[in-house]
Design a binder for this molecule. Structure first.
Ligand SMILES: [Zn+2]
Length: 335
């Protein structure tokens, strides 16, 4: 396939991942093999909606050099591992998709899928944890690919999918989400759904908060409502929550003052009474990403309630990621 066409395939896939909710913000990345020595990959920290075909980085893994206007994704090593191990692989997608991420937190103990599903996914494996962009993460993912599996769950992080073509890679991402959602639905039934719609109180709280924090929004997904009923904070199990929100999402009473305190003390998300969660980003995109993250975090937390193992991220790793993210983010926003 021509390089020009591959570039289009990658940028289109990036936009589709965002639209289908398989990634948020600039998380995740997409690549395609160009020839025996190079692959094209999405740049680091660039918005998928704004990424043009010419923005992609052409990466040469053998000597770790690249060409293009932007730095290649910091996870290029993971993509390189897939191309190196599998001669038939031409397209690699890394997502932060909700349900597969939730399954990846506690492993395959309770995962049920058919033989056909497993085959369609090109085999599955679980990679151990490594901080984003590190050699440890690359080592863990490489070991998981080395088992022959083409769909690899990255513990506390997301998924990486290797396939022969863009179509096959995308179908695998969607099938994986369907399989994992089916498996998560079972565990979500542990917590009952809240009764009745407390719409008036929700409006009152939001309108009050928006006077000071205009980007504030409710998050009303099933998982978020279920978690709010538990009256307890949620501890980060996934890297992207640790980065953007921090180690914990607090739970506060359904009172205007309580919600206001969360935001005035620098927080950007809180579970509120039995009403759901309120988030507030620095802009509309930021708020939307927070909505996705709080929902995903609730899906993960509900699913891991049934497992006795420790499944949260370490306090140090969470604090470090949050700090790095805040620094990087403010740098990006300031140009
Ligand atoms: Zn990632």
């Amino acid at each position: 396939m021509e390089e020009k066409e591959l570039r289009q395939q990658i940028t289109e896939t990036g936009r589709r991942l965002l639209q289908d909710g398989l990634v948020a913000r600039t998380w995740g990345n997409v690549s395609a093999r160009v020839d025996a020595e190079h692959f094209l990959i999405t740049p680091s920290g660039l918005d998928y909606m704004q990424t043009r075909d010419e923005d992609l980085a052409l990466y040469h893994p053998a000597d770790k050099t690249w060409s293009g206007p932007h730095k290649p994704s910091s996870e290029k090593g993971i993509h390189a591992a897939a191309y190196e191990l599998f001669p038939e692989v031409n397209f690699v997608i890394h997502t932060h998709q909700t349900y597969a991420s939730a399954i990846g937190v506690f492993g395959f103990d309770r995962l049920s899928l058919t033989k056909e599903e497993k085959e369609s996914l090109g085999g599955i494996a679980l990679a151990g944890y490594g901080l984003p962009g590190t050699g440890k993460l690359k080592k863990e993912v490489t070991a998981a690919f080395a088992t022959g599996a083409h769909t690899v769950f990255m513990k506390h992080h997301g998924v990486v999918i290797a396939a022969a073509s863009r179509e096959e890679a995308y179908e695998r991402a969607l099938l994986l989400e369907e399989v994992c959602k089916r498996n998560c639905d079972i565990a979500e039934q542990i917590v009952p759904m809240p009764q009745g719609e407390k719409a008036a109180l929700k409006d009152e709280i939001l309108l009050d908060i928006q006077q000071t924090y205009p980007n504030a929004r409710w998050v009303n997904t099933e998982a978020v409502l279920r978690w709010a009923l538990l009256h307890r904070p949620l501890t980060a199990q996934l890297d992207d929550m640790a980065q953007m929100i921090g180690r914990r999402i607090p739970w506060v009473k359904a009172e205007k003052e309580a919600v206001r305190t969360v935001f005035s003390s620098g927080g950007n998300a809180a579970f509120v009474g039995e009403l759901g969660a309120v988030v507030c980003g620095r802009d509309a995109d930021d708020t939307e990403a927070l909505q996705i993250l709080v929902d995903k975090s609730a899906v993960c937390a509900l699913n891991t309630m049934a497992t006795p193992r420790k499944t949260s991220l370490g306090a140090f790793d969470s604090a470090l990621m949050h700090l790095v993210y805040q620094k990087k983010y403010s740098k990006q926003k300031n140009g």
